[in-house]
Design a protein around this ligand. Sequence first.
Ligand code: C5P
Length: 316
Amino acid sequence: MRSYTLFAPAKINLYLEILGDRPDGFHALMMVMQSVALGDRLSVRCHGHEPRILCEHPEVPRDSSNLAYRAVQLMAQRFPDGAAKHGLGVEILIEKHTPVAAGLAGGSSNGAAVLVGLNLLWDLGLTLPELQDLAAILGSDMPFCISGGTAIATGRGEVLSPLPDLEGIAVVLGKFRSLGVSTPWAYQTYRQQFGHTYLQDPQAQAARVQQTHAGPLVTAIAHGDLQGIAQHLHNDLEKVVLPAHPPVAQLRRAFAEAGAIGVMMSGSGPTVFALCTSPEAAHRVRDRVAQQFPGGDLGLWVTTLHNSGIQVIQST
Ligand code: C5P
């Protein structure tokens, strides 16, 4: 029986600006997305008669609320011949390392890995853009999860333009285990509080995207200028998440005081990431921050920025 094991890296947002409303009810965004080397391992194989998710992590759902499950359903619906030939039974074993409900696209990356895995298991021969079109049906950040690396993401987050790699830069991620933030809550609250600042006109939104394309963060990325990148991190959702969750703001301050050169919340949070000048500096930052939050609720991970999305790491 064939099986594929895939690596599904988490992502952080180096930049997240909410431009305005879209006719489909989502927000028009301008983001810079970045993969990190922390991620999950998923094994997919044909087995049984229905999708089955195996995962030891207690917060990972096994039903259709899991994007990995929905990815199987979508593929079966779009490619009934593939499903008929190989059977709808797909067993997905998830080895979870990315924190859950954390703003790190943990669920999306798992769904993206299943799309890539089924393309191989069912011999569908789909191209990367075809896989990304399917991914966009399931979630706004799923197309990025497939290709990964460093990229500008606009539209809902599904329109990607790649940027030069930033591989190897050290980063510390911090998340309180007891705290999760719902993405719909974060966006809805932002709309309630800041809707009056939205750019209504699609042309004005497009002009703002152009401005940021040519702005200081993207320029710093193009030059591999870590100091410049660190100075121009931005996330509009901090404006609603930090006041609602004071420990996240405390963690942000602790990272900065511990010597990180750039600190920002990722996505809708509550994970905070801290860019550091070297792996040694990252370990020092982690140790200092850990001392400030004793008690075990704060999870800290030292990792690096990563240059790719879903990768097949083993096939049998
Ligand atoms: O696309 P995804 O399912 O990841 O989005 C989760 C939620 O985040 C949406 O239901 C919506 O509330 C919010 N969202 C948004 N605008 C986007 C992306 C997400 O309002 N561009």
